[in-house]
Design a protein around this ligand. Structure first.
Ligand SMILES: [Cu+2]
Length: 188
């Protein structure tokens, strides 16, 4: 009896965890390299790193660097491509810097220190809808290769994708309720 009850509790915990564990922190460049100039492989280093993940709304990027050695600056697409930091929107000078991905779409980051952007210290990421990542996983594993030209990137998540995690949650809840009923029948 006690075993069945603990199984039920476990399932409830799993359901709650699935519901709440949405936002994630990503250490830019990984633990070892972090946010640095002249990254291994040059300017493709950070795009290769970013291609491993599906960034969702409200995830965080953590830029690991020593204050004074680097900075993080949010720029627009054209300034990202030109390594122009003059009309940026936000500068973060203290490392490590944690940046919340508070909107869907493209984000462009670089460093304001002279020569660092051109050496490859630049990161472009795409933030997708919150509901599309957990079930579809890392489907678009390849990095968008065309950073040049018009740069029109069309990776719209399929509209039905938001229904899948909802369905999964409901089935888990249904199983939980069934188990609960089963336990109460057994205890009488
Ligand atoms: Cu730098």
């Amino acid at each position: 009896m006690a075993q069945i009850k603990s199984v039920t509790i476990l399932i409830v915990i799993i359901v709650v965890t699935i519901q709440t564990s949405e936002a994630e922190d990503y250490k830019v460049g990984g633990d070892f390299i972090g946010w640095t100039s002249f990254p291994p492989g040059g300017s493709s280093f950070y795009s290769k790193w970013a291609a491993n993940f599906t960034f969702k709304l409200n995830d965080n990027l953590v830029f690991k660097f020593e204050s004074g050695s680097h900075s993080v600056v949010i720029v627009n697409k054209s300034n990202y491509e030109k390594c122009n930091m003059n009309d940026n929107t936000q500068i973060f000078n203290k490392g490590p810097t944690k940046i919340n991905l508070d909107r869907i779409g493209d984000f462009y980051f670089t460093c304001t220190l002279s020569g660092h952007c051109t050496s490859g210290q630049k990161l472009r990421i795409k933030v997708t809808d919150t509901t599309s990542s957990s079930v579809t996983g890392k489907a678009p594993a390849e990095a968008p290769s065309s950073l040049t030209g018009t740069g029109v990137s069309v990776t719209t998540p399929p509209p039905q994708s938001s229904a899948i995690p909802m369905l999964a949650t409901f089935s888990l809840l249904f199983i939980t309720i069934c188990l609960q009923v089963f336990v109460s029948i057994l205890s009488f």
